[in-house]
Design a protein around this ligand. Structure first.
Ligand code: HDE
Length: 685
């Protein structure tokens, strides 16, 4: 058991086999009737059980996070691959054998706690490392840059993307006037907007997205030597996304799509894994780049500053209670340990204030570090006292430093004893409300991103712009957005302009979009069939030998097939053998799978005639570029439903198996096609 798990164990509670009591421990005889004066009479004030139960219920809700309200979390473990002693003295990065407990919360940013998972948005990726030297929080996103360069603009940014205050619409969406008005008037957002309009903003799964610390931090080693560092999480399963139409449909069919995916993967033992990578720049090279390394709207292109992979995180345990753990966890980029320090990035500096401050109202006082999920696993002692919900019983009369009555305890530590020493950066400047000239270039990296995309990725970005800006009502704002993005690429601006009825400015200069950073594209990401979900559509009269052979192939490759039928329970094959359907054509939908395999039978054709949902299953799978397999008489049906909608061929991920064909090799081909993920060749030019 990891140390954090042991610690949490003390607080876990089970009702199984227990007597119902009040919070004072008094046993209760009846929990269904309030105490009344006569069976039909009024309820009595002295009913302490009723009063306590209702009062507690009345106060069950706490304020949701102002941003990142909707989130989902899991426990896990982090292990470093090799000692990082040369670069940092952080204890948890020294010993390859050491297992550091972690807690990770993934989130969307804009939506309320009850909003859909698959909205277009950045995703939070916040990790708490419970190290022996204290908690270290890496509070990142799945996009490596941010909208703004200075924290003082954060409230404005957030006000612009939250639902508009006069009518509280739209929920969990940036497709509205105030957001795009903010963008067009704050052009430092250009680079982040390119990412937000890309497939990165609609991940297939929390398990299949990257994480980035965004800011520049510092590593400091035991010699006091510092280096600038940026943090990356790289998912072992690769980076994969949904397509926009699918994402929107999932938001209705299963708003919990991402949390369900994470929860189920962990329950099944398919533990999500992410490698930790660092990019490092020597202090001497601070000014060697054509961007300011402190600017949070810039990446350090991986081709210029390679990512060194240094360890792995495995998420292996779901929470026991979402409120107690996921909701009450309090992250803070200012929670650092010796060996990790800050930079002067003005966005980071402002965050260092905001996170504790927000917990004071969200968690109701200054003692939130005592909530079990937030407690460090190492001892913590100081002279802070009292406040709402204080749980520690501090003994003795002394609560001040320095003292003699308690022999100076709790004592400070020297650096050698592990005391945190801030990096002694020399700072000298006039007090000014200004931004460095070196932050002024808002477009080069937006262009770099755009130019590093494949044609399909570009097409998705264009469509996302057309959707979002198309929902804006103000013609003026639409025009401003077109003007702004003509600085990234005129052809992009032309497409947006055409779609929203605006004009590309006549003086728009053809900008140089020749530089690329291939690492920015998802194209070459790791691809694996593992944990991919395939719907197996069956109806009465299917070929039992074929379906079981295909199921076998899928399962042995780590694919997760789910049998879907007209009704739950056993579906009978042509030779009378039963196969259990776990879902029905009504309770699930093609958007919830990575591929679909249709086992042909007369019964299936009947279902298609009777239920339009069944044909949608096929056409939507095709439309979303996912693997589509069909056998026997379903093969003809698939061809007729999909023809004219794109390329229908094996190379395009449509696999057909004749009745009596070799089912095992058909199953293998299905696995290969699911591994490819999306079959973009189907895109019609
Ligand atoms: Fe946050 N952010 N943020 N943020 N942020 C919060 O803290 C804030 C920023 C991020 O799962 C809040 O506890 C400011 C960048 C994540 O609990 C709040 C600025 C990045 C989470 C806050 C930023 C993030 C938050 C709301 C600009 C990526 C969710 C609730 C200076 C590197 C953590 C809370 C969780 C949450 C402030 C910008 C990531 C209000 C002022 C950049 C993942 O304190």
């Amino acid at each position: 058991m990891l140390k954090k798990d042991e610690q949490l164990e003390q607080y876990r509670s089970d009702n199984d086999g227990k007597k119902l009591t009040t919070n004072q421990g008094v046993r209760i005889t009846d929990d269904e009737h309030s105490l009344k004066a006569g069976q039909r009479g009024p309820t009595l004030m002295e009913d302490f059980h009723f009063r306590e139960k209702m009062t507690h219920f009345d106060h069950e809700r706490i304020p949701e996070r102002i941003v990142h309200a909707r989130g989902y979390a899991a426990h896990g473990v982090f292990e470093v691959y090799e000692s990082m002693k040369e670069y940092t003295k952080a204890g948890f990065l020294q010993d390859p054998g050491a297992k550091t407990p972690v807690f990770v919360r993934f989130s969307t940013v804009a939506g309320s706690r009850g909003s859909g998972d698959t909205v277009r948005d950045a995703r939070g990726f916040a990790t708490k490392f419970y190290t022996e030297e204290g908690n270290y929080d890496l509070v990142g996103n799945n996009i490596p840059v941010f909208f703004i360069q200075d924290a003082i603009k954060f409230p404005d940014l957030v006000h612009s993307f939250k639902p508009e205050p006069h009518n509280e619409m739209p929920q969990a969406s940036t497709a509205h006037d105030t957001f795009w008005d903010f963008v067009a008037n704050n052009t430092e957002s250009a680079h982040m907007i390119m990412w937000a309009m890309s497939d990165r903003a609609i991940p297939r799964s929390f398990r299949m997205m990257e994480g980035f610390g965004v800011h520049t931090f510092r590593f400091v080693n035991d010699q006091g030597k510092a280096r600038f560092v940026k943090f990356h999480w790289k998912p072992v399963l690769g980076v994969h996304s949904l397509v926009w139409d699918e994402a929107q449909k999932i938001a209705g069919k299963d708003p919990d799509f991402h949390r369900r995916d994470l929860f189920e993967a962990i329950e099944m033992g398919d533990y999500p894994e992410y490698e930790l990578g660092v990019q490092m720049i020597d202090e001497e090279d601070e000014f060697s780049f054509d961007f300011d390394i402190l600017d949070p709207t810039k990446v350090w292109p991986e081709e210029q500053v390679p990512v060194k992979i240094i360890g792995k995180m495995t998420l292996n345990k779901n929470v026991d209670n979402v409120f107690a753990e996921t909701e009450q966890v309090a992250f803070h980029p200012g929670h650092v340990v010796p060996g990790i320090d800050f930079s002067n990035d003005p966005l980071l500096q402002g965050r260092l204030f905001s996170y504790t401050d927000t917990q004071l109202s969200r968690l109701g006082g200054p003692n939130f570090h005592e909530i079990p999920i937030n407690r460090p696993v190492c001892p913590f002692h100081n002279n802070q006292r009292d406040g709402m919900h204080r749980m520690t019983i501090d003994r003795g009369p002394v609560s001040y430093h320095k003292n003699s009555l308690q022999k100076g305890y709790p004592q400070t530590s020297s650096v050698e004893e592990g005391g945190y020493e801030h990096y002694q950066e020399k700072v000298d400047g006039k007090k000014v409300r200004q931004r460095s000239e070196s932050f002024a270039d808002h477009y080069s990296q937006a262009r770099l991103f755009w130019n590093s995309m494949t044609p399909v990725e570009k097409q998705h970005i264009v469509k996302a712009f057309c959707f979002e800006v198309g929902k804006v009502k103000s013609k003026d704002v639409q025009q401003q957005v077109v003007n702004m993005f003509s600085n990234v690429d005129v052809s992009l601006a032309e497409e947006i302009a055409l779609s929203v009825g605006a004009k590309v400015p006549e003086n728009a200069a053809a900008v140089d979009v020749s530089a690329t950073s291939p690492a920015l594209s998802q194209e070459k990401t790791a691809k694996s069939p593992k944990t991919r979900k395939v719907a197996v559509l069956v109806d009465k009269g299917f070929d039992y030998a074929e379906v079981t052979a295909v199921l076998q192939e899928l399962k042995s490759a780590g694919v997760m097939p789910e049998v879907v039928g007209r009704h739950l329970g056993n579906v009978l094959s042509a030779d009378g053998q039963p196969l259990e359907a776990q879902k029905t054509f009504l309770t699930t939908d093609s958007v919830l799978y990575d591929g679909v395999y249709v086992a042909g039978s007369e019964g299936f054709l009947e279902s298609v005639k009777k239920m339009p949902e069944v044909a949608d299953f096929i056409t939507d799978t095709f439309k979303h570029f996912k693997t589509l397999g069909a056998s026997g008489i379903a093969a003809e049906l698939v061809v007729s439903l999909c023809e004219g909608k794109g390329i229908v061929s094996e190379e395009a991920g449509v696999l057909l198996n004749e009745a009596g064909g070799d089912s095992a090799s058909f199953g293998k081909k299905l696995v290969e096609a699911v591994t490819v993920d999306r079959h973009w060749v189907r895109v019609q030019q």
